[in-house]
Every structure is written in C-alpha cells, then in structure tokens.
Write a protein that binds this ligand. Structure first.
Ligand code: MN3
Length: 252
C-alpha cells in the first residue's frame, strides 16, 4: 500500500479509471486507496459525481402539481436551471476546467474561480440535486431505517427536524437554499445559504455534504404561492423523495 499513500500516486489515481471508480464508489471506495492524511480529499464525495450537463427531469412537469404547479416546474427546469448548466460550461471553458471531471471538485475550491463559476456551478449542482430529491406526492411521506433513526437521535424527533429545517427555509432572507447536510465530523446539521451557494463550497459558512435542499428563490414558488413561502415549504414535505436522500446518506 506504500505506493498508494504518496501524493503523486493519489494524483495518478484521480486521473485514471481507477480514480474515477474510487470517486464513484464514494468514501468507502476511495478510502481503500488513501491514508489518514487524505481526509481533506475524502470528505466531500458521495458518488456518483455530478456532471456539467443537465440531466433529464425524472418526472413530468405536472407530476408534482398539488405542490409545484406545472408552469413553475417547466420554467424552473427548462429556463432557470438550464441557464445554470449552460453558463457553468461557459465559465469552465473560460477558466480551463475539465468538464469531464466532477463538478464537486470545482465547488470544493470555488474561492479560486470567478463569481460566474460560483453562481452557475452552485446553481447547476443545487438544481440537479433538487429535481432528484422530489417525487409525486404520497401519503405519510417520511424516511425510514438508519436515516430516520439518525434524524430522530440528532433532532429528537422527525417532527422537530422538519420544524427546524422549515424555519431555516422560511427565515433565509432573500434568495437561497435551506439544507440538511452532514458536516465533516459526520454530524447531521441544518442551515441555509444565500444565492446559489451550498455546503460543498470552501467559501460557505456551513460546510459538509448536502443530503437535502429546498430552493427558496421566488422563482421556485411565486406563481402558485406568491408571497407565502411558508405554505410552499409546508407543502413541499409531501413530495420529498426520501429514498434519494437515504441514498446520499448511505454513501457518505
Ligand atoms: Mn431555482
């Protein structure tokens, strides 16, 4: 294993298929190649990595109609989010970023890039995650298993977790996101960020791996809810895809 523990070897691994596979496997896979000194490199990945292109929406524009109206979903996905993807690729071309590599690599060092990269890289990552983290409304929608246990032990109950997360979403001033994330000590935390920042960014006040985020920009809810952000947040719980959140949780 000696050879795997040098910085040179790590760089080599990151640039090969084995390195890509290690990233895709997440921490468990990556840690088998790395030493205790590599924590900084390990702690932000829970693959599969995010690309720079927009993935197809995993449901129809009208699939969340009770909670998010069709027109909002269509404009949000095909205009707002599409623009973030287009613009982050422009920024990548201008700033010599290889778009074949994970977007997470850029976000972790976003202080070294332009505000165009920060706003659009964050915007693209956040929305790619947001679409996956929702699904059509179901009754009694809640997590299960280890994720539920962890939420209950950290926040005392699932209801208390929801209340705290909702408060973060409702009180974020102006445009931004509220997050459930795991910090670098592996503790579940709730927080919010302005604009398109997220906990992966080195410039963020809250740092860690995001498990669940809600978009509280007015473009996410204004057509249906107008100024009533609290109603949007309350309804949104009905469409959270807890299976997806659980997948992210299990990979970190
Ligand atoms: Mn948005």
């Amino acid at each position: 294993m000696e050879q795997f523990q040098s910085a040179g070897r790590r760089k080599f691994i990151k640039n090969t298929a084995a390195g890509a596979a290690a990233l895709t496997l997440g921490i468990a896979g990556l840690s088998s190649f790395t030493s205790a000194n590599d924590k900084e490199e390990e702690n932000l990945y829970a693959g599969p990595a995010t690309g720079f292109d927009q993935k197809p929406l995993p449901y129809a524009y009208n699939a969340l109609e009770d909670v998010i109206d069709t027109m909002t979903m269509e404009i949000h996905y095909s205009k707002h989010a599409a623009a973030y993807s287009k613009n982050v690729k422009e920024a990548a071309a201008a700033e010599n970023v290889d778009t074949g590599k994970p977007l997470e690599d850029v976000l972790a060092k976003i202080s070294k890039y332009t505000s165009k990269m920060r706003n659009n890289g964050g915007g693209h990552y956040n929305h790619e995650m947001f679409w996956q983290s929702m699904r059509p409304k179901s009754a009694n929608n809640k997590p299960s298993g280890k994720l539920l246990q962890s939420l209950e032990s950290t926040f005392t109950s699932f209801a208390a977790f929801k209340e705290k997360f909702s408060d973060a979403a409702k009180t974020r001033f102006g445009s931004g996101w509220a997050w459930l994330y795991i910090d670098n000590e592996k503790i579940l935390k709730i927080g919010s960020t302005a604009n398109q920042d997220n906990p992966l960014m080195d410039i963020s006040d809250i740092k860690g791996f995001p498990l669940l985020g809600i978009d509280v920009w007015e473009h996410a809810y204004y057509l249906k809810y107008q100024n009533k952000r609290a109603d949007y947040v309350e309804n949104w719980w009905n469409v959270v895809n807890w299976d997806y959140v659980q997948q992210r949780f299990e990979k970190i």
